[in-house]
Design a protein around this ligand. Structure first.
Ligand code: PEP
Ligand code: MG
Length: 603
């Protein structure tokens, strides 16, 4: 029926989006290094002014439209861009550069825009600093006009309807640049459910399909599409009955969500009364309210990378301390685990990008970056020590592979606490220090790491990636990416055994804990603290309350002897199917099905 109209990918953020497709090409156009003869200089200046007026008119019309449709506050997002286009000092400098150096208009504009970006990035005014992304947006538009490319007016919505944005690769930076009311959905060729942009799309509540592999090339700009972020599909030119069916599915999913919300404040205990602690993962500041609303018992993972998004300058100690304090105060009596910057891999904001690396996920990442830049690390540690005066803030280290990394961090914590004391700044005297078990090295060394740390948190996303040598963001490999692979399952078993013997606190904060069959396995293996995206808390809470722990333990002991992911998944599904409404496994299932549907299709 759907013929060639159906594109299949991976559902990474649930919900249905219907609207015109917008193909987004965020590349800055190539600008040739060229000069012009003296006689053409004036023509270049005129070309510059022509392009500036064109982009200004575009921005002003977008601003006006946004004001009518979304309100004056929303319309303000265009102010910084219009301000830049009206900045006579800036335009005068571009003109001067053309006249004195006989540069082309695009070359001179590119040069000065870069300079301005750096200046804004270093400004003491935080609002100006945060707007450096706007300069990039404006530069792309002006340079596209000057180099004869069509302007990508991403926000242009011909009939005012939100767009379904298609791009080859959805980066975290690109994801947060969009305002929710302008975007109905996201789709990308690359990426999977554990890509960081996918995690962000879920936090923002925007339906998203990734891993369309070649799909973007098959879609014309402004084609009507129906994107289903729960199923992982994109349907081109949907018929009214197809739209009705999708909306009905979505309605059922929402009814289920409401039912789950109703059980929000019931305790997360298994049928025999064993308590499970459910914490929230916090990716963006707005997740804080969601975590509170969904009954999170603390924050199991506060990802701090958002502090750098769209900026060219590192956040100050004060800014970080205030944010961590705010979170800690909202979770009085609960633990708030702040992870040090996990930069690198797919999380390097443009302004901090390091040199080219052939394998960034195996490169200069996370704890390695922090230890190589102790001044950056100290600022963050000091901020957490200060926040700890107001609640139970703790520090978690990503991508640990050597015990020396833990030891060195402990020294930095002691040094930072001493320095704060000397400076008379109120702060805690020390800090519980935890380690993410997310590399095979850490999993194999867990006894040594447990001796040197106060708690452990298993990052199943990276643990799966590094154990299976499967890039977590590579859509082609999505079918091979599963934490239910026997090698990962055995590691999970060994880690919980060591933690229990050593008495080290243990939790799981990877996406795995979000899915019923995986959560069932984790409980059966002995994990009692799970941290998941706030929106998923109701489902996990509801599910925990259905679990017969004895059965989960029996099934786990069978599963760890299995040889294939297929057998493990089948065993878990059979056991869980007896305890849970199948509708929840299907309609209400979490975005990101570990690619197991693809896995099944392959075997
Ligand atoms: C993980 O790797 O499982 C994890 C929780 O960290 P992140 O997804 O931020 O890499
Ligand atoms: Mg990780």
């Amino acid at each position: 029926m759907t013929g060639g109209r159906l594109l299949r990918g991976i559902g990474v953020s649930p919900g249905v989006a219907i609207g015109p497709a917008r193909i987004v090409d965020w590349e800055l156009p190539e600008v040739e290094a060229r000069t012009v003869p003296a006689g053409e200089v004036q023509a270049e200046v005129s070309r510059l002014h022509g392009a500036i007026s064109e982009v200004r008119a575009l921005m002003e019309s977008l601003r006006a439209r946004t004001e009518v449709r979304a309100g004056p506050e929303e319309a303000k997002i265009f102010d910084a861009q219009i301000m830049m286009l009206e900045d006579q000092e800036f335009l005068g400098q571009v003109e001067k550069l053309i006249q004195e150096n006989q540069l082309t208009a695009e070359r001179a504009f590119e040069f000065k825009a870069l300079e301005m970006r750096i200046r804004w990035g270093q400004s003491p005014n935080p609002q100006l600093r945060q707007r450096t992304a706007d300069i990039s947006g404006i530069s792309i538009s002006v340079l596209k006009i000057l180099t004869g490319h069509p302007v990508d007016d991403v926000l242009h919505r011909p009939d005012g309807r939100p767009l379904v944005v298609f791009t080859r690769q959805l980066t975290p930076g690109l994801t947060v640049q969009f305002e929710r009311e302008h975007v109905a959905g996201f789709a990308s060729d690359e990426g999977t459910q554990v890509a960081h942009a996918a995690i962000l799309a879920r936090s923002m509540g925007i339906p998203c399909v990734m891993g369309l592999v070649g799909g973007v090339d098959r879609i014309q700009d402004m084609t009507e599409v129906l994107l289903d972020g729960t199923r992982g599909t994109v349907l081109l030119d949907p018929t009214p009955s197809e739209i009705d069916a999708a909306l009905e599915r979505e309605r059922r999913r929402r009814v289920l969500d409401e039912e789950l919300e109703a059980s929000l404040y019931q305790p997360a205990v298994t049928l025999d009364g064993t308590a499970v602690t459910l914490r929230g993962n916090l990716d963006l500041p707005e997740d804080l309210e969601s975590a509170l609303h969904h009954g999170a018992e603390g924050i199991g993972l506060l990802r701090t990378e958002f502090l750098l998004l769209g900026r060219t300058e590192l956040p100050s100690e004060d800014e970080q301390a205030q944010f961590f304090q705010r979170v800690a105060e909202r979770f009085t009596g609960r633990t708030v685990i702040v992870r040090s910057y996990d930069l690198g891999g797919d999380k390097f904001p443009a302004a901090f990008r390091s040199d080219y690396e052939a394998n960034p996920f195996l490169g200069w990442r996370a704890i390695r970056v922090c230890l190589d830049h102790p001044q950056i690390f100290r600022t963050q540690i000091r901020a957490i020590l200060r926040a700890r005066l107001h609640g139970d803030a703790q520090l978690l280290l990503p991508l640990v592979t050597q015990v020396e990394e833990v030891e060195r961090t402990r020294e930095l914590v002691v040094e930072s606490a001493d320095a704060l004391r000397r400076e008379g700044i109120p702060a805690a005297e020390t800090l519980p220090l935890g380690v993410m078990i997310e590399t095979p090295a850490a999993a194999l060394l867990v006894d040594q790491i447990a001796e040197r740390s106060d708690f452990l948190s298993v990052g199943t996303n990276d643990l799966t990636q590094y154990t299976l040598a499967v890039d977590r963001g590579n859509a082609r490999l999505a079918g091979r990416f599963t934490p239910l692979h026997p090698a990962v399952v055995r590691m999970l078993r060994d880690v919980v055994e060591v933690a229990n013997t050593s008495g080290c606190h243990l939790s799981v904060c990877g996406e795995m804990a979000s899915e019923p069959i995986s959560a069932f396995l984790l409980l059966g293996l002995g994990y009692r603290v799970l941290s998941v995206a706030p929106k998923v808390l109701p489902l996990v809470r509801w599910f925990v309350r259905q679990v017969d722990l004895r059965l989960a333990q029996d099934v786990a002991s069978v599963v760890v002897r299995k040889a294939t992911a297929r057998d493990i998944i089948a065993t878990l599904e059979e056991a869980v199917g007896k305890q849970i409404d199948p509708l929840l496994l299907d309609v209400g299932r979490l975005p990101g099905d570990r690619g197991e549907a693809t896995l099944r299709a392959q075997i």
